[in-house]
Design a protein around this ligand. Structure first.
Ligand code: HEM
Length: 551
């Protein structure tokens, strides 16, 4: 009888042969016979999802996708069963299509198989119910009711910038350089936690209480993105615990803080006159069972709503400040609009006056176009028919027949830089959003050509995505960004430390404002901008009136 070691070695060799044959068959099929084999794309992506995982790991999926479109055209193969498109037609065909739902990869972000939140629920009926109920807490009406509390956080933010500023002249005293990413995130997270749980996290006023919250949030986003891009990795999260223990603990701290906030809110029960998001979430009932949500579900909703509402708005604001600090003409025009529309800081409220600030809206939109807060590709998939053997029309996206089981999407970053829809795609041109105005590349177009161009521009602009799974917090995002920028520019002027206005003006006129680059981890990870502030005349004093009175 052969010794055990010989049997083992034969066994291993045999398994290796089987593995190699399987690889040859599977990869050979994916490269040469797969229904998508004719669609161009990077070679590795044709046979392995490691391609997407690798770029998600390095947080550069958005820029790689943009480059790939330049190389391969308006559609390319991003994985064996993944297609990315880059046209307005595809945006419509994918995100406004009843036959499609979020891809099953979103399921990997569920904390438990039976627990879902508004972000990762795939069942359409449950999604509609959750969206209807939770949406009431973040729609226009809710924002008008929440406005005084939102303004109190914005004023805390502006006051801290005033305190960092020199008196009148930037050269006279040394103003403090402010890193805007943590400052803005503290503001937006205080705001969303106040809206969600009826009291804020107080990151602005007591940052020492939650030193790891921002880091934990960033890591939670990173993991969410890795799971969506490469769901298999979820099964190996213990490797992460061993290799990156600090990452793991920061993220746990973030979740623990949320749990504590929910616990404190739950202890208060129903509070008369208070309708925070917690109340709305507790009202959600499963349409099939009629049962309400348990604490684990409430936690899961919070774990999504806090980053959804806090992180994205922070990116929009940081990007806008970056572009303004590089664009003297846009800065001057916006400051003039704010300072001539309102009569005091407290006059800056939601309503017709703020809505009339069209340049403000153009600046925010142009900043979100260049640096979308969610720069990624939002994957969708055809829902398999419940009826066995049912024959469906083939799914066609932008003229391409998409086989069942294919994940498809449009990269928000890539389409926002598609020159067909946005002439001078890397230039900061708020005028492109203003009807009747034009800029260098659009000059000389005939009226009907200009109108066609404008229509395409509007259709291709998709920072909030679109369709039934588009952003539910758009009203909150525009309310918050507009109020912050308007109150800030009422009280202060700002610039980059050591900015050279002449050089900036020259670069701006040539369309060479540097991009506010971010890392793609589903939502964007930002750094900076670093800015210095200068008090504006006596306008800022109003912010301190309550404090002065209290003294
Ligand atoms: C500039 C700020 C914002 C941007 C750019 C943005 C962008 C987006 C995008 C692209 C999606 C779709 C995600 C996907 O398909 O997987 C989304 C979904 C969502 N966003 Fe926002 N968002 C912003 C602010 C907010 C705010 C302030 C809230 C309020 C809590 C919010 C709540 C939501 C919700 C609840 C969804 C899920 C909608 C659903 O699936 O039905 N967002 N957002």
């Amino acid at each position: 009888m052969a010794p055990i070691s010989e049997i083992l070695s034969i066994g291993i060799r045999y398994l290796l042969y089987v593995f190699l044959i399987r690889c040859v068959l599977v990869y050979g099929y994916r490269i040469f016979l797969h229904p998508l084999h004719n669609i161009p794309g990077p070679f590795v992506a044709r046979f392995s999802d490691w391609y997407g995982a690798h770029h998600a790991f390095l947080r550069r999926g958005h820029e790689v996708t943009y480059q790939n479109h330049r190389k391969y055209g308006s559609v390319y193969r991003h994985g064996p069963n993944k297609l990315v498109f880059n046209t307005v037609q595809a945006l419509h065909d994918i995100y406004q299509n009843d036959r499609l739902s979020k891809s099953r990869a979103y399921l990997a972000t569920k904390p438990h198989p039976t627990i879902s939140n508004l972000f990762n629920v795939l069942d359409k009926r449950l999604h509609r119910t959750k969206r209807r109920v939770i949406g009431q807490g973040i729609n226009d009406k809710a924002m008008r009711e929440f406005e005084p509390l939102m303004l109190s956080h914005i004023d805390t933010f502006v006051r801290s910038l005033v305190k960092s500023a020199s008196s009148t002249n930037l050269d006279a005293t040394e103003p403090k350089v402010v890193n805007m990413t943590p400052a803005i995130k503290s503001l937006t997270l205080d705001t969303i936690t106040h809206l969600a749980f009826g009291s804020p996290l107080s990151l602005q006023t007591q940052p020492q209480r939650h030193p790891y919250f921002l880091r934990g949030l960033a890591i939670a986003n990173y993991r969410t993105n890795m799971y969506i891009q490469f769901p298999v990795i979820k099964h190996f999260d213990y490797i992460e615990r061993i290799l990156y223990p600090f990452m793991w603990t920061s993220q746990k701290t973030f979740y623990r803080t949320l749990r504590e906030m929910i616990g404190q809110r739950a202890m208060q029960g129903k509070v008369e006159g208070k309708k925070d998001l917690y109340e709305f979430v507790r009202d959600v009932k499963d349409p099939e069972t009629g049962e309400g949500l348990g604490m684990a579900d409430v936690w899961s909703e919070a774990a999504f709503l806090v980053p959804a509402g806090g992180d994205t708005t922070a990116t929009a604001l940081a990007a806008t400040l970056h572009y303004l600090s590089h664009s003297p003409s846009a800065y001057t025009r916006l400051a003039r609009e704010i300072r001539t529309t309102f009569t005091s800081a407290s006059d800056i409220r939601l309503g017709p006056k703020l809505a009339s600030c069209s340049y403000l809206r153009a600046v925010i939109d142009e900043s979100m176009r260049l640096t979308p807060p969610t720069p990624t590709t939002l994957w969708r998939e055809e829902i398999p028919s419940r009826i066995k053997g049912e024959k469906k029309e083939p799914l066609v996206v932008d003229g391409i027949v998409v086989p069942p089981g294919t994940e498809i999407g449009v990269s928000i970053y890539a389409i926002h830089h598609n020159a067909e829809y946005f002439p001078e795609p890397f230039a900061f041109r708020p005028e492109r959003w203003l009807p009747g105005e034009t800029f260098s590349d659009a000059k000389g177009l005939k009226k009907d050509e200009a109108e066609r161009q404008r229509k395409l521009t509007l259709e291709a602009f998709t920072p909030f995505s679109l369709g039934p799974r588009g952003c539910a917090g758009k009203a909150m995002a525009y309310s918050e960004t507009s109020l912050v920028l308007a109150r800030l520019l009422w009280c202060l002027d700002f610039e980059r430390p050591g900015a050279n206005k002449n050089r900036d003006a020259e670069r701006e006129s040539m369309g060479k404002v540097p991009e506010f680059r971010v890392k793609d981890q589903f939502s964007a990870l930002t750094e900076g901008p670093e800015l210095v502030f200068r008090k504006r005349g006596e306008a800022w004093r109003e912010m301190f009136e309550d404090e002065d009175r209290a003294e």
